[in-house]
Ligand binder design. Structure first.
Ligand code: PMT
Length: 401
């Protein structure tokens, strides 16, 4: 299983907002993800960006005028509508939202929208006062009620200089929405998955703590991969610098004890637990109420007490996947954790490697199951690692596995 965008037909509608220039970047990102992108520019959009821009990016003809008899796609708009796996209108002006709400079909884009049965996502972009207008809000309500996904808008400084709601969300966020939508009926559809991420923080005093180098990237990537296969995902995360992934229920915690409580609460009725978090095995026996002051002695010792073994302590009719962060004897250490923590599968990674483990966007993982069978994965993105782990989970979920 790979990125649900790969090979899919995406119909990108671009309308006459200043944010139209971002649609070019969006088209490029969709192409990079492996999509086939067909673009329809409204007449007003073509005032902001040229068809040549999109044709150069997508290597496909661009529709601008339904009645351009020379356009090889003019009568093809119905074919486009039927071939589309998903329709994304970004940016979506107040005008096109009104046309969609009332079924007006007076140009290539709105005609194609009426002819498609694919999921429709719109990314509104307009000035704050327009967005707040009751008619615009009523049209958005109408579209939502018909199952159209409204993405954003974001708050921020607008072209008019006003600050408020009306900025189109960023292209990367739009790509995430497309990925999530296209993956909804994937091979984890209907499954509940709990994933942990990040490095727990064990307080010493109000200022200091014991923690580790986990950025959360690997756990977040597993969560996104599970989301993109249709799973209902709960991500229990220690503090990270990462934005909450869209389409995922995120539970923020700090300490190992809080993570333990959150995971125990989340596993009711769950199908899969994947523990990618770097959990502190010990915490300070007591955290000082005030900032500890330097004393006369040249040394200081801290009493540590054990934290709960989270993945080891949750057991039930669900698949358990752990990670092993090792600096030596990777296979042997990982194998012993499969047994001691009663796992179905473990992803072992050598955290001393510069292109794997903590903080980087790639990882090199060895998958070991409870029979001791080893599957060595090449260096992959952490998102692809997530999919490879979930490929094994899907096999384990099959009856009789
Ligand atoms: O977050 P990144 O920067 O992307 O880095 C990714 C990662 C290196 C953190 C990740 O790939 C990884 O290896 N995560 C597991 C880190 C860890 O705590 O490994 P461990 O060998 O110490 O623990 C073994 C397993 O038991 C892990 O699944 C861990 O989540 C779990 N555990 C550990 C201790 C504890 N008290 N409770 C647990 O559940």
């Amino acid at each position: 299983m790979t990125d649900p965008i790969k090979g899919k037909h995406i119909l990108l509608g671009v309308t006459g907002s200043i944010a139209a220039y971002k649609a070019a970047d969006l088209a490029g990102k969709l192409m990079q993800a492996g999509a086939v992108v067909d673009t329809i520019l409204t007449k007003d959009a073509a005032e902001f960006v040229t068809p040549l821009t999109f044709r150069s990016l997508t290597h496909r003809p661009v529709i601008t005028n339904l009645f351009d008899v020379d356009s090889e796609l003019a009568i093809e708009h119905v074919g486009l509508a039927l071939r589309a796996d998903i329709v994304l209108i970004a940016p979506a002006t107040a005008n096109v939202l009104a046309k969609l709400a009332f079924g007006i079909a007076d140009d290539a884009l709105t005609t194609t929208i009426l002819a498609t049965r694919a999921p429709i996502l719109v990314a509104p972009a307009m000035d704050a006062h327009m967005y707040d207008h009751p008619t615009v809000q009523a049209n958005l309500h109408t579209l939502r009620s018909r199952g159209v996904t409204i993405i954003g808008p974001a708050a921020g400084r607008l072209a008019s200089g006003l600050v408020g709601m009306g900025r189109m969300v960023e292209p990367l966020t739009l790509v995430e929405y497309v990925r999530w939508n296209l993956g909804k009926h994937g091979d984890l559809h209907g499954k509940k998955v709990v994933i942990s991420a990040g490095g727990t923080e064990e307080p010493l005093d109000p200022v200091r703590m014991l923690t580790n180098r986990s950025s959360g990237k690997q756990g977040y990537a597993v969560a996104e991969a599970a989301r993109d296969r249709g799973a209902a995902v709960t991500l229990v995360t220690a503090p990270t610098a990462l934005p909450d992934p869209i389409g995922v229920n995120v539970v923020h915690v700090m300490t190992a004890q809080q993570m333990h409580e959150a995971v125990v609460n989340a596993v009711h009725g769950v199908d899969v637990v994947v523990m990618a978090a770097a959990v502190a095995d010990y915490r300070p026996a007591s955290a000082a109420d005030q900032k500890m002051k330097k004393g006369p002695s040249d040394s200081m010792s801290i009493d540590l007490v054990k934290n709960p073994d989270i993945i080891g302590s949750v057991n039930g009719p669900f698949i358990k996947v752990g990670f092993a962060a090792e600096t030596q004897d990777l296979i042997a250490n990982a194998k012993s954790k499969v047994i001691s923590k009663n796992l179905h599968l473990i992803a072992a990674n050598d955290v001393t490697a510069t292109d794997a483990g903590f903080g980087v966007d790639t990882n090199r993982v060895i998958l070991i199951d409870r029979a001791g069978r080893i599957e060595e994965l090449p260096l992959l993105s952490k998102y692809e690692i997530g999919h490879r782990i979930l490929d094994r989970v899907v096999a384990l979920l099959k009856p009789g596995a």
